[in-house]
Design a binder for this molecule. Structure first.
Ligand SMILES: Nc1ccn([C@@H]2O[C@H](COP(=O)(O)OP(=O)(O)OP(=O)(O)O)[C@@H](O)[C@H]2O)c(=O)n1
Ligand SMILES: C[C@](O)(CO)[C@H](O)COP(=O)(O)O
Length: 231
């Protein structure tokens, strides 16, 4: 029997303010196509992905979108003010065929270079736990800056990881954790933070550090180079 396939929520309702300009970064050209289309293509091509639920800003009507990709459904829903709101909206908009206990992946539209093998490894390992996330141990010395932009102290580096996406959790548990954080007024920066606060210990799965999040204008050139190499 073939391995179960998972739906992926793709938060894409951001404004890309750190890139600047009028067009949200997910629609800016990257290697000749809108950034978001590289991400959706990479996800939909993965044999373990069943479908994509993309959350968009209500004003992003200009995104032509795609209805199916690699024979898989690509659905859209309206996101929210914060990334966590967009993820929660996406979870709530998933088809009824996605059961409460089914694992769901959440992957930033702004991360087009995620490696196919890393997605497979996350699914394999996190399925045996209460979920997990791709990341990488911190390898640089970590500094705490003061208001004047100078190094004030050096932070402990051991046991520190950078969190990437996808992050993978059970639909109902993640929805409950995100909803609880929102009710407490906590703006969680990723799904794992919400799950940690709900008492879970998400598995950290080491992935390639070229799974970059396109955040500033300078990231586009790096992402274009990486897209030409990774898959
Ligand atoms: N309210 C929001 C904010 C962000 N995102 C998505 O979450 C991902 C990671 O967020 P980030 O890189 O911060 O994107 P932006 O919020 O657009 O960037 P900025 O903070 O520079 O405005 C992106 O795919 C973004 O579109 C979202 O769906 N809804
Ligand atoms: C979810 C994430 O990509 C993990 O590193 C990150 O927290 C998103 O942060 P952003 O400020 O919304 O880009």
């Amino acid at each position: 029997m073939s391995a179960a396939r998972l739906w992926c929520v793709v938060p894409a309702a951001g404004r890309g303010t750190r890139v600047g300009g009028d067009c949200p970064k997910q629609y800016l050209p990257l290697a000749g196509r809108p950034l978001i289309e590289h991400t959706l293509e990479r996800l939909a091509a993965h044999p373990r992905i069943a479908g994509l639920l993309v959350t968009l800003a209500a004003t992003d009507a200009h995104w032509s979108g795609v209805q199916t990709l690699h024979g898989k459904p690509v659905l859209a829903a309206v996101g929210g003010a914060e990334r966590s709101d967009s993820v929660l909206a996406g979870l709530q908009a998933l088809p009824a065929s996605v059961a409460p206990d089914d694992f769901v992946l959440v992957h930033d539209a702004a991360r087009p270079c995620v490696r196919t093998a890393d997605i497979a490894r996350l699914i394999e390992l996190a399925s045996t736990r209460d979920g997990g996330l791709l990341g990488a141990p911190l390898r640089d010395t970590l500094k705490r800056a003061n208001a004047g932009g100078c190094s004030e102290s050096t932070e402990a580096r051991d046991l520190r990881w950078r969190a990437f996406t996808p992050q993978m959790f059970r639909r109902a548990q993640l929805s409950a954790a995100l909803g609880d954080a929102a009710r407490r007024g906590v703006n969680v920066s990723d799904e794992a933070m919400a799950m940690e606060q709900a008492g879970f210990a998400p598995l950290l799965v080491e992935g390639a550090e070229d799974n970059i999040k396109v955040t500033t204008a300078a990231d586009f050139a790096l992402a274009e180079f990486l897209l030409s190499r990774t898959a």
